[in-house]
Design a protein around this ligand. Structure first.
Ligand code: SD4
Length: 332
């Protein structure tokens, strides 16, 4: 509970720094006044719809809305929105300040997808503050989808990204404390996870998504999770919908979760039903006592859905510039 309060305080402080209204940040569960005719209707939604994981999603969505109002696309919204969180040194599982692997090195994973079915990603990337922007460059500047490790770093440097030490003094101290017991038991929830996955539909009705993380704290060196894997941590189909995942990446990868959710929407499920079915797919196959996964999805009509294995997953939803924090429903 204390950790959750600390998390809320951190989100409120971030909101204050960025000039956002912290009262609105903390007003969870209030229904949005939905003015638009497209919502829950049959047409393509065109009023700006964004969903982002965890508390910092609020900040990402606010930035995304600024991008859209300035004429930016859904891709601009998700890249610039998530990049803000990558730069937040107090966030311990994204970008700067992200918890390192067990050898003390911060390694980052990210991917993006655009409305043309285009995709780019980086994984096991070191020393670059904005893996999500490098992922966009992979998508736009190369014929490839995924660059890894030193190759991804070399590519980023060649693209003009500056190298930077991402291990903050706080993260280093936490890692040194962790080494005393070296317990490796990744339990994921609101207190210890803040991978950001963001999906958006812009004012032209087009979809895009981004997902960026430093992955599990104190992971084995070389471990890559679901977040940079197209179809696992993120999937976008401009004709159908978009989904992103957070939680234990191994479970998401084994079920290709985000692709599954979008395919279920294609087959006629609502985004909510699709997220529930994807969670159930994991629960049928794996013991889930200490395993959290949450999905966040939207379709092209402005409908959204989210579902998690356990209590504790939350997300920010923005429609037509109005943002609220929502606690996801869960199975157990
Ligand atoms: C991973 N899915 O690396 C990420 C972690 C995460 O909130 O989502 N944290 O497995």
């Amino acid at each position: 509970m204390l950790q959750r309060r600390a998390f809320i305080r951190r989100a409120a402080a971030m909101a204050a720094v960025l000039g956002l209204d912290p009262v609105r940040l903390l007003r969870a569960d209030a229904p949005l006044p939905l003015s638009n005719a497209g919502f829950n209707g049959t047409g393509r939604f065109r009023e700006g719809h964004m969903l982002s994981t965890w508390y910092h999603g609020m900040v990402s969505n606010e930035e995304g809305w600024k991008q859209m109002q300035a004429g930016g696309t859904a891709l601009d919204a998700v890249v610039e929105g998530t990049a803000l969180v990558e730069s937040d040194a107090t966030g311990t599982s994204v970008g700067l300040g992200g918890r390192p692997d067990r050898t003390g090195r911060v390694t980052l994973d990210a991917c993006v997808m655009g409305p043309q079915g285009d995709a780019g990603g980086v994984c096991f990337l070191e020393d670059i503050e904005h893996p999500v922007k490098v992922a966009r460059a992979v998508m736009e500047e190369t014929p490839h989808v995924l660059l890894a490790g030193d190759g991804a770093r070399d590519f980023a440097l060649a693209q003009g990204f500056e190298p930077r030490n991402l291990l903050t003094p706080e993260s280093k101290t936490a890692w040194e404390d962790w080494k005393k017991s070296a317990e490796y038991k990744p339990i994921i929830n609101v207190e210890n996870h803040d991978t950001i996955g963001m999906i958006a539909q812009d004012l032209d009705g087009n979809l895009a998504g981004a997902c960026t993380t430093s992955g599990l704290a104190y992971k084995l060196r070389g471990r890559v999770g679901d977040s940079p894997i197209i179809g696992a941590g993120l999937f976008v189909d401009n004709e159908i919908g978009a989904c992103t995942a957070t939680g234990l990446g191994e479970a998401v990868m084994k079920t290709l979760g985000s692709f599954l959710v979008v395919e279920l929407i294609r087959q006629g499920r609502s985004p909510q039903q699709a997220c529930e079915e994807a969670v159930d797919r994991i629960m049928r196959k794996m013991p889930v006592k200490d395993l959290q996964v949450g999905y966040l999805a939207m379709d092209t009509k402005g409908r959204s859905g989210s579902f998690a294995i356990h209590k504790g997953f939350n997300y920010a939803r923005t429609i037509a510039g109005q943002t609220e924090m929502i606690d996801a429903a869960y199975r157990s």
